[in-house]
Design a protein around this ligand. Structure first.
Ligand code: CUA
Length: 377
């Protein structure tokens, strides 16, 4: 009982994350104290009635038990107006009060503040992609402390559900529809130790890789957060030119894989298999475009594209200009999403496709011993 009362007061204090309890993990968002005190009050009331009903039942069973030798009574009172009114109106009032507080809490959780910081979330089989306003991307969620954050969420394949227990929020992600989730955490977690941060789960069973969607949520002080997003947005700049194709290539290819296979499987777009041979006049280069042009007619000195690299670059920035025969005009432009260095990385990967796993796109070789090992991240 004592620990429960302590919890009630703790749940209402807001000067630090609430410690984990038997029921819930650390509470680290503005919603947490509300949700927790609601849960404790509902529990308290439930336990009180459980105790009252149990004690009365046992007592009456004992008091009014049939005694040997006494007459079996059938003439007891059949109702008691004031008593019936009390046990109807009393619980009703309790339910109304719980509803009012619960509904207010629900509206708070469902209504993001206008000035919130937006992070775009895509759930896919099986992972999360978090995109920040400056173009930075991450697999784990990183948020600024002391600022309302709104997740603008969509699913690219099946139903997923985003659950952050420490923030007391959960929301489904539905294909073809946007859903929101918002919260504010005032307590930085750091992100260097394996135990730093909070859990983020997918709580909608979405297939064999469902458990791979367990990630972390890191809360950083604003300054550190800004530095982190800036660094994330410019990650390409830090990779030396000669390591670009295997360090950045597979990471960038992750955005192409849904349409372009590496093993020759026909997808929404043409497979990358043999692409360098095709565009440089080797095997497969006779494959015409939908508009009748050919690789050799388009690429070369004095033609539309001076080099094969120019052609690849143009196909990424302006995919609809020359459609390969048999494929629709469905690829979005990647202008503004991938810079010249990123294009170099992809072209480098296309030139050495035999060094990559044809299924996953992972680089199959090991970096030369001299290469800096900090790349493991
Ligand atoms: Cu995604 Cu379970």
């Amino acid at each position: 009982m004592m620990s429960m009362l302590t919890m009630l007061t703790l749940a209402q204090a807001a000067d630090g994350p609430t410690p984990p309890t038997f029921w819930m993990p650390t509470g680290a968002s503005a919603h947490a104290s509300n949700v927790d005190s609601m849960m404790w009050w509902i529990n308290l009331i439930m336990w009180a009635f459980l105790a009252l009903n149990t004690v009365l039942t046992v007592y009456f069973v004992w008091k009014y038990r049939h005694k040997v030798g006494t007459k079996f009574r059938t003439d007891g009172p059949d109702h008691n107006g004031p008593l019936e009114l009390a046990w109807t109106v009393g619980p009703l009032l309790i339910c109304v009060v719980l509803f009012v507080f619960g509904f207010k809490g629900y509206l708070d959780v469902r209504t993001p503040p206008k000035e919130s910081y937006d992070i775009n979330v895509t759930a896919y089989k099986w992972g999360w992609q978090f995109k920040y306003p400056n173009g930075a991307q991450s697999d784990d969620l990183v948020i600024p402390a002391g600022k309302p954050v709104r997740l603008v969420m969509r699913a690219s394949d099946v139903l997923h559900s985003c659950y952050i227990p420490a923030f007391r929020v959960k929301q489904d992600l539905v294909p073809g529809r946007y859903t929101y989730l918002w919260f504010q955490s005032d307590f930085p977690t750091g992100m260097d130790q394996p135990t730093d941060g909070h859990h983020l789960f997918c709580t909608e069973y979405c297939g064999t890789g469902h458990s791979n969607m367990n990630r972390r949520v890191y809360v950083l002080p604003q300054e550190q957060f800004d530095a982190w997003t800036t660094k994330q947005a410019n990650w390409l700049d830090e990779i030396p030119e000669e390591e670009l194709y295997w360090k950045a290539g597979p990471k960038l290819y992750a955005r192409c894989v849904q349409c372009h296979s590496l093993d020759g499987t026909k997808g929404i777009g043409p497979s990358w298999k043999g692409i360098w041979a095709r565009v440089t006049g080797g095997e497969g280069s006779n494959g015409a475009f939908a508009d009748g042009s050919t690789y050799s007619g388009l690429i070369g000195a004095g033609k539309q594209y001076a080099t094969a690299e120019d052609y690849i670059r143009a196909s990424i920035y302006n995919p609809g200009e020359h459609l390969v025969q048999g494929y629709g005009n469905v690829m979005p432009t990647f202008k503004g999403q991938i810079n010249d260095k990123g294009i170099d990385a992809l072209i480098g990967m296309m030139k050495k496709l035999d060094e990559f796993d044809p299924k996953t796109g992972a680089w199959l070789k090991t970096p030369p011993a001299a290469a800096p090992t900090a790349s493991a991240k």
